[in-house]
Design a protein around this ligand. Sequence first.
Ligand SMILES: [Zn+2]
Length: 132
Amino acid sequence: MNPFNLTKPCDEWTGALTSKGYGNVRYEGENWLVHRLEWYKHNGPIPKGKIIRHLCNNKKCREIEHLACGTYMDNSADQKLHGSPVGRIGNSPREARIADLLEGKLTVPQIAAKHQTSRGAIHKLRKTLEPR
Ligand SMILES: [Zn+2]
């Protein structure tokens, strides 16, 4: 399935991977996810709160044409498009919590209260946000 009309094949990273399956590399003394580093080299610093998405849905891919800067909301839309399980990310109450977390204006207890859920659930959600 190729919903973005990608013209180039995936350029798969063959080095070390994180526990989540993303390419992992050291660059200028820091640990980077390979796809984020690739995007950074082409486009400069990644805006705060933004993620680098794989349009090809291949976590190991570092082909710049397949990478796009976006939000978690975009990412979950991609996952729906790709037919990946969306139960974990994607239903709208969850997206609202993610949006609040990414906005950074509310504390975890405030977000938990606003969405009538536990602090633990919000902490857990926050952990899923950054693939590190
Ligand atoms: Zn790719």
